[in-house]
Design a protein. Structure first.
Lengths: 83, 278
């Protein structure tokens, strides 16, 4: 069975919205991590009947750029309170 | 066949509607790819991942179509479905390490999951926990909570994939433990096939996507030995190298020892004998 599911990348939506706001003279910033903006974008998409999802190639590209174990170690080092 | 991207240790090609994941023999330490390959590493990790996909076929469907790939990639490549990927990294942790350890030291929790006081680096957790992170194309991973996942993809899908993540981790950890290997944690990826079906993607339970520790030398309170890369790490730590590119060439004895260790991990986990012509 096929569905008519529509997808959009929430991170892409965040970029598009920031650009739109910039055109309206509003400069935006993402404080700390982008979790709030990304979650908000996903909720907006779901509210519009669109499934939040990343392009498969983009997602794989990220995965093959850095083995997860190294990414996890690097994230821990990045967050060390002393740094 | 179109090369879409060449990553640190793997490459991805497009072949019509299919993707082909090709695992190279490149090895990285401290986030730097070293100039010397480990012969057959890509084949060994690909065969290990395929073995796991088979073992887990009753748990969840996966993205593997077949291993029908050009001859030069035989053994090290997998033909896969092209999916729309869920924007979450699905992580299960059974032991404290990496970002989980860092967050526990600061907050006593991981992904808002409360943990008992007094745990050390490498400690076994009372039970495996689900610790999702963001999946951004840039920047470092950040923990999100299960409630964040619910907000992002909906309650039913979030609960289903949380449970599958923990089941896959537990199944894998139990099999590995019987063979003297601790799988401390693992990261999974899920996507949706064109018909909307949820599918397990990327690689599964390899040492690039999971921490493998030798059970006989596990000792909480210190950094654990990586089962396969430890020779390279130990050797590189003796060098006057600032851990930035370019990395140093690996001496032949370290290459051979590391290759032997990758084979040992494959053979111990799968119970199969690695064939040199594989």
């Amino acid at each position: 069975m096929t569905t008519n599911r529509q997808y959009f990348d929430p991170e892409h939506l965040v970029r598009e919205v920031r650009e739109l706001l910039h055109l309206q003279g509003i400069d935006t910033e993402i404080p700390g991590d982008a979790k709030l903006a990304r979650t908000g974008a996903s909720m907006l998409l779901r509210g519009l009947g669109v499934t939040p999802a990343m392009n498969g190639v983009d997602a794989l590209t990220r995965a093959i750029d850095k083995p997860w174990v190294e990414a996890d170690d690097a994230a821990a080092e990045h967050r060390e309170p002393s740094k | 066949m179109e090369l879409i991207h060449s990553g640190k240790v793997r490459d991805v090609y497009a072949d019509g509607d299919d993707l082909i994941l090709v695992a190279s023999d490149r090895v990285s330490v401290y986030d730097v790819v070293l100039p010397t390959p480990i012969p057959d590493k890509g084949k060994i990790l690909t065969q290990l991942s395929l073995w796991w996909f088979d073992q887990l076929a009753d748990v969840f469907p996966n993205h593997v179509i077949n291993t029908d790939v050009p001859a030069e990639w035989a053994g090290r490549a997998v033909r896969c479905q092209r999916l729309e990927m869920l924007p979450v990294e699905w992580i299960a942790r059974g032991y404290l390490a990496g970002l989980g350890l860092q967050e526990y030291r600061v907050k006593g929790t991981v992904s808002d999951v409360p943990l008992p006081a007094g745990l050390l680096e490498g400690s076994k957790l009372p039970e495996p926990i689900f610790t999702p992170t963001t999946k951004a194309t840039a920047g470092h991973d950040e923990f999100i909570t299960f409630d964040d996942v619910v907000d992002q993809i909906g309650a039913d899908t979030a609960a289903q994939l949380r449970d599958v993540t923990l089941e896959i981790y537990q199944r894998g950890a139990e099999i590995a433990a019987e063979r003297g290997i601790i799988i401390a944690d693992t990261k999974l990826e899920f996507g949706r096939a064109p018909n909307g079906t949820l599918v397990l993607a990327d690689e599964v339970l390899t040492s690039d996507s999971s921490r493998f520790w030798p059970a006989d030398s596990w000792q909480p309170g210190r950094t654990q030995h990586a089962l396969d890369k430890q020779f390279v790490r130990d050797w590189s730590s003796t060098l006057d190298w600032d851990r930035t590119p370019p990395g140093p060439p690996i001496p032949d004895d370290i290459v051979q020892a590391t290759r032997a260790r990758y084979i040992e991990v494959y053979e111990r986990i799968t119970g199969l004998t690695w064939k040199e012509t594989q």
